[in-house]
Design a protein around this ligand. Sequence first.
Ligand SMILES: CC(=O)SCCNC(=O)CCNC(=O)[C@H](O)C(C)(C)COP(=O)(O)OP(=O)(O)OC[C@H]1O[C@@H](n2cnc3c(N)ncnc32)[C@H](O)[C@@H]1OP(=O)(O)O
Ligand SMILES: O=C([O-])CC(=O)C(=O)O
Ligand SMILES: [Mg+2]
Length: 294
Amino acid sequence: MKPSRSMLYIPGDSPGMIQHAPIFGADSILLDLEDAVALTEKDAARRMVAVFLKRFDFKDLFVTVRINGADTEFFEKDLEEIIPCAPEAVRLPKCNGPEDVLLADKKITEIENRCGLPLGSVKIHAMIETALGLEMAFAIASASPRVSALTIGGQDFTADMGVQKTKEGRELFYARCRVVAAAHAAGVDSYDTVWADIMDNEGLLRETKEIVGLGFTGKACIHPSQIATIHKAFMPAEKDLRKAERVVEAAERAEREGKGVVSVDDKMVDAPVVARSRHLLALAELYGLKRGEL
Ligand SMILES: CC(=O)SCCNC(=O)CCNC(=O)[C@H](O)C(C)(C)COP(=O)(O)OP(=O)(O)OC[C@H]1O[C@@H](n2cnc3c(N)ncnc32)[C@H](O)[C@@H]1OP(=O)(O)O
Ligand SMILES: O=C([O-])CC(=O)C(=O)O
Ligand SMILES: [Mg+2]
């Protein structure tokens, strides 16, 4: 298993940015054909992204492409040109219900068949960007086995709701909770929305710690300088890891000694506490902390 904490957006019509993608240290990248690309550049961007997917060595980066929405004239063309190049996933913006996923799924299946690609190999990351999409979040996440992540687009969601997007993010709190729970219930990953202020990495760190606390498995970003901050926020705090180690040790000792319940730091340790502790230790290891390094 590889970490999937950071996903860097790169405009699909910026070859200079795309060619540097492997050096930034992101876990994944998102070549954008949607809102980062002007209407007049849509065809050129699509062609450019297809050429990069075919010819460029992205090393071990997880490469996804954000196509244009099912309600646009670009949707079919995007799928026709991008799927044969076999990106790991396509991000589907503005999903309002399972029918949007099913439409993309059907088209992708046709193209995979035609091109001799393994069926189901190109995944869908479905974006929740409207109030209607939010109400349908679980149905969207479970519409097809091709969906491997739900993501929230905070700019579009707040625009749809007619509210302002703030750094504190109260207006997104319910939507974030609902998206992350729907994703988890469907057994898929969850990506939080971008932090728009590229000069304010302190704010990004605070926000990322919050969304990690809600259970998101990753966060999108728009600038290479945001990647390290996101990774820092995903790493569990040292004091929490030390506590988790004590909990797991105590639980293993109790099991050897045939005891049901033990206490650590004067607090009862039961099965969910042990499960959470093991999960935290596993995450730290996934994010690069070696055993015994604490
Ligand atoms: C609401 C939404 O849908 S958000 C998602 C869509 N938006 C995007 O994809 C935007 C992605 N980000 C960007 O395009 C840019 O970061 C911008 C326009 C916000 C700022 O760009 P710049 O003003 O060039 O930033 P800056 O001067 O700090 O860039 C420094 C270097 O990083 C590069 N860089 C900046 N952003 C990125 C990026 N996302 N990916 C790769 N390289 C990047 C620049 O090309 C520049 O490289 P250079 O030194 O070789 O010339
Ligand atoms: O993925 C994101 O956060 C960017 C986006 O489309 C939005 O905020 O509407
Ligand atoms: Mg959006």
